[in-house]
Design a protein around this ligand. Sequence first.
Ligand SMILES: [Zn+2]
Length: 230
Amino acid sequence: MSKKRQRPSPPKPVCVYCGAHPGVTKDHVIPKCLFSTMPVVGTITVPVYKECNERKAKDDTYLADTLQSHFLAQQHPVARSQAEGRFLRSVAKHSSDFAEALVEQYVPLLAADPNALPDDGLTEITVDPTRLTHVLQLITRGLYAHYLKPKRLPPDCFIGVKRVSEEEMVKLLPRLTSVTIHGLHRIGEDVVIVRYSISQSNPVESLWLIVFYQSIVFTVLTSMGKPSAH
Ligand SMILES: [Zn+2]
């Protein structure tokens, strides 16, 4: 008899993203393509189903392209180097959906007028908000599962994502980087800053602030049902 049989194997984890399929692969919650080099501390992985992982990977690239090409992120050295390197290569190869949108929208303009690019660069590119919302919902599920282990957000909970405006952000950022705040996580040279608070009475209710490249901020609210307007 093999000694291996004496200890039963632990139960297989369930996919953090869908809560239905087995979590047979590990996904990097904060997309790898946001970093130049993966941070030594702060890399977050969760168990996910293979297909959920592959589906998110495409949206990860979309999110990274969108953020890195945003004029606000150009102050951040990692965003800038990634935008100049990987993004331009993917434009050349037409290998990302964002790059495809860029080529479709700008090539005809530039053909007519070589100076047609607006001053703020690529921010005029039409992005698909549904897609960004979706990937930020998955990132929130992943962050929640990681920071509040073994708790998980239920598959059917509401996850509302909102981009914080530049004016609101100016007020928020100093507070976000203050050391007195709990649940503050700075990942990879501040490529991502995560702050969250969880309701004491109902752990499904949580509020997240996710800051990319110290400049682009999303708030995420989770709750059991869609919250009613006040
Ligand atoms: Zn899944």
